[in-house]
Design a protein around this ligand. Structure first.
Ligand code: NAI
Ligand code: MG
Length: 322
């Protein structure tokens, strides 16, 4: 197995090393290699991510990614978007776990309002929202497969706004068809009311599938339920590639101080293990994280006074103890 490591910028440089150590502990036989992309690279070379970088990333079975800082350049095209499109990472999985709830937001990652088809004018600007049957079908399948894998006892919730956006009729109805073909219970909800209800009654939810921008906003809002950005991992999955990253960005305000919470990055490594069938290892990662948080061995954002490195070391020690 080949694993590409992209630390990126800012706290990516700090939170990825402890996560990589944990991967190396569980998968010592894998081949690891670094790929440098991002703002620092852009400053040095004028390019944030070259075609050769994309080639290297494509050669990996899995990618562990930190975060990159967006350069202050109006013509700059998002590297994350480029990677998602080039590697066709169509399913963005964002788990949100806490006391009494365990939600998986399944966000369509390649089309919708983020299709990149825009006309920008002085007086009128438009962004085209593209929904396809193929795109809706494959994300709905990913959601149904996850519901089965998780042994979900709750309906698959299809978040949409089909009352106003007619393009969402195709999304909603395609998802319904896929749920039926899997014999799974489903429920359709309008995204605005759904977002409020998830925050008020998180234990009513398990798998939620939705379009690109709705999933982006819903999953960030769910961060409210779990102690903030430093806790939230994510996976970007395609048929040929898999990419794991914390939800947070490069956090320049706290970079280089050894105070960033490494848990989101470590959880992303846990999702990598889970995705490749090492579910027991992933469970050990979660257990070690719970132990460190409950012992108060955590960073400032969680009320602790441990550093990034020290927290990472403690979690690894807990894992090795098992
Ligand atoms: P951010 O997620 O980097 O930071 C938001 C706030 O949360 C900051 O106050 C930060 O200190 C805090 N925070 C984030 N991660 C933390 C952690 N692990 N531990 C403790 N505190 C943490 O988002 P922001 O400030 O909007 O963006 C900063 C840069 O990151 C921008 O250049 C942005 O474009 C980029 N970004 C990159 C992403 C990626 O590479 N996937 C995702 C989001 C933002
Ligand atoms: Mg976001």
């Amino acid at each position: 197995m080949k694993i590409a490591i992209v630390k990126g910028d800012g706290i990516g440089q700090e939170v990825i090393p402890p996560a990589e150590k944990i991967l190396r502990h569980f998968l010592p036989g894998a081949e690891y290699f670094d790929v440098k992309v991002g703002y620092e690279k852009w400053k040095e070379t004028g390019t944030a991510c070259t075609d050769d970088d994309i080639k290297k990333l494509k050669s990996a079975d899995a990618i562990l990614f930190g975060a990159i800082t967006t350069p202050p350049d109006p013509d700059y095209k998002s590297v994350i978007m480029k990677i998602r499109h080039e590697l066709d990472l169509y399913a963005n999985l964002r788990p949100v776990k806490g006391d009494g709830f365990d939600i998986m937001v399944v966000r369509e990652n390649t089309e919708g309002l983020y299709s990149g088809i825009e006309e920008i004018g002085e007086e009128r600007s438009t962004t085209l929202r593209v929904i396809t049957r193929k795109g809706s079908e494959r994300i709905a399948k990913a959601a149904c497969e996850l519901a089965i894998k998780r042994g979900s006892t709750k309906p698959v919730v299809i978040g949409n706004k089909a009352n106003v956006l007619k393009s969402d009729v195709l999304f909603r109805d395609t998802c319904i068809g896929v749920c039926k073909s899997y014999g799974l219970e489903y429920k359709t909800m309008f995204i605005d009311a759904l977002t409020l209800d998830v925050l008020m009654q998180p234990s009513n939810y398990d798998v939620i599938v939705t379009t690109n921008i709705f999933g982006d906003i819903l999953s960030d809002a769910c961060g409210y339920l779990t102690g903030g950005l430093g806790m939230l991992p994510s996976a970007n999955i395609g048929d040929a590639h898999a990419f794991f990253e914390p939800v947070h960005g490069s956090a320049p305000d706290i970079a280089g101080k050894n105070i960033a919470n490494p848990i989101a990055a470590i959880r992303s490594a846990g999702m990598l293990l889970d995705h490749f069938g090492y579910c027991e290892y992933a469970a050990l990662v979660e257990k070690a994280i719970s132990a460190s948080v409950s012992m108060g061995v955590c960073t400032k954002d969680l009320g602790g006074n441990y550093g990034t490195k020290e927290t990472g070391e403690y979690i690894l020690t807990e894992i090795i103890k098992e």
